[in-house]
Design a protein around this ligand. Structure first.
Ligand code: ADP
Length: 457
């Protein structure tokens, strides 16, 4: 049976607009927000694929405030949920998070706030859900809406690193099929399908898919070929000399971020490193310095990302190529959120790709090697630690003790990882329009953009 409440949509939208004005101070929804909010108000499951900066939080926070009961927000990172909860509270939206950083007494206080209705949005990581589901059901506090923020993580991380993402559908059914709104800044057609299958769209409710255009016309896309690290340094310094505004430099390892930041500081540029290895206090301090304009350049790993809303970043420079077009577009998209002309520059050397290929080889080691390591503890011990972790992860997933192993799903994921890597490589080496290659990956067709280094040549 499909659940389809009768709704007076114009009246519901007018109510939502009033709440938008009250909590956010904005007179109206942006067109892509309005489409998502209208579907949520109509009682449908929704997947909204909206580019970074489109204002995705509004799409679930306002409907959450317009209905009774709890909205559960599934969020991938502790730092992200803390930022979002702080921002929501500043606006007067009664939100809280539950995660391991809270003392047990504070966790109980959050659950009490949910029970007495003083917390209406509860942010949690997917790993928390099995325990929380039991806790909430015991108190008859099941959510009326589940919002899955950064929903591409279901597909990107759910298979190999964070299996809890795959169990969201189960949590949903345990709660008695509450409505779901999933939002992401990037999703290819395959990822969209994966998200909707995992969240079991179409089982109990009608659903809508809203795709906003991904194009950000104010961003100029460029690639600089570099044959050595010395050349990378040269290009980086030259770019930062030409561009006096704020910049983010993305690098792939913690050590590289520290080295580049030191090098820039030595040259008199106010640069700070940011990565997951820093203490929480150091990370917040770095973020504050960057947001406040005291540090001009943040040199960061991918840990610096989701939820960082600084409107006037003028340059996003990638020290080396990221492994997927999704991560590239999301990170590059932190430039120019205020709509002003900004640049996204990727430094590219042929060897960058091999490093990622090696990493894919560690995440998906050869099947024969894995099967041997399952059988033979001595062979297992001889493997490097990264490969051993993959062997164990695959043991959990493929359960070799229960009969013949079916490798097909793992093979598909490995293929997809390689395909994504090739797509970034294509972007970096194309002779045609870079934007067309990038947007083409997300299923959007455009002609020549006129605002990338290829089109302007
Ligand atoms: P996303 O999560 O999609 O990257 P955010 O939720 O961080 O985007 O919002 C991006 C910016 O747009 C924020 O500064 C937010 O306050 C602003 N914003 C959101 N909705 C509206 C609106 N309807 N009108 C004007 N500004 C908005």
């Amino acid at each position: 049976m499909l659940l389809a409440p009768a709704v007076d949509l114009p009246a519901a939208l007018a109510g939502a607009r009033a709440l938008l004005a009250r909590y956010y101070g904005y007179p109206d929804f942006r067109p892509s927000q309005r489409r998502v909010v209208a579907s949520v108000l109509a009682g449908r499951d929704v997947l909204g694929v909206l580019p970074t900066g489109a204002g995705k939080s509004v799409c679930f926070q306002i409907p959450a405030m317009q209905r009774d009961g709890l909205t559960l927000v599934v969020s991938p990172l502790i730092s992200l949920m803390q930022d979002q909860v702080d921002a929501a509270r500043r606006r007067g939206i009664p939100a809280a998070f539950l995660n391991s950083t809270l003392e047990p007494a504070n966790q109980s206080a959050v659950l009490r706030a949910v029970a007495d209705g003083t917390c209406r949005l509860l942010y949690v990581a997917p790993e928390r859900l099995p325990r929380l589901t039991a806790d909430l059901l015991e108190r008859c506090l099941g959510p009326t809406l589940i919002a899955v923020d950064e929903a591409h993580c279901i597909s990107e991380w759910g298979h190999d690193f964070r299996p809890s993402y795959r169990a969201l559908g189960q949590a949903r059914s345990a709660f008695g099929w509450p409505q779901v709104v999933a939002l992401t800044g990037s999703a290819t057609p395959d990822v969209r399908r994966d998200i909707m299958d995992t969240l079991r769209f179409g089982v109990r409710r009608r659903f809508d898919l809203h795709l906003a255009s991904f194009d950000r016309p104010n961003l100029r896309f460029e690639v600089a070929r570099v044959k050595s690290d010395r050349l990378r340094v040269g290009v980086l310094c030259e770019e930062l000399r030409r561009e006096p505004g704020c910049a983010i430099v993305y690098a792939s390892t913690r050590n590289t971020t520290e080295t580049i930041a030191r090098l820039l500081q030595y040259r008199g540029i106010r640069a700070v490193p940011y990565h997951a290895g820093l203490t929480k206090a150091r990370r917040s301090e770095t973020l504050e310095r960057f947001l406040g304009g005291d540090a001009r350049v943040t040199v960061a790993t991918c840990a610096f990302g989701m939820g960082i809303d600084k409107p006037d970043v003028r340059l996003v420079l990638h020290w080396s190529m990221p492994p997927t077009p999704e991560s590239y577009y999301q990170e590059a998209g932190r430039a120019g959120r205020d709509g002003q002309p900004s640049r996204c520059l990727l430094l590219y050397a042929r060897g960058d790709r091999s490093l990622h290929q090696l990493q894919i080889g560690v995440t998906f080691p050869p099947e024969k090697m894995v099967e041997r390591a399952w059988r033979d503890p001595a062979a297992f011990k001889r493997l490097p630690s990264g490969v051993r972790a993959s062997v164990e992860r695959l043991r959990g997933e493929l359960k070799p003790g229960c009969g013949r192993v079916d490798w097909s799903a793992v093979r598909n994921r490995k293929q997809l990882a390689l395909e994504r890597l090739r797509a970034v490589d294509r972007y970096a080496t194309t002779r045609g329009c870079r934007r067309a290659v990038l947007l083409g990956w997300f299923g959007e067709e455009i002609g020549r953009c006129g605002n990338c280094d290829r089109c302007r040549q």
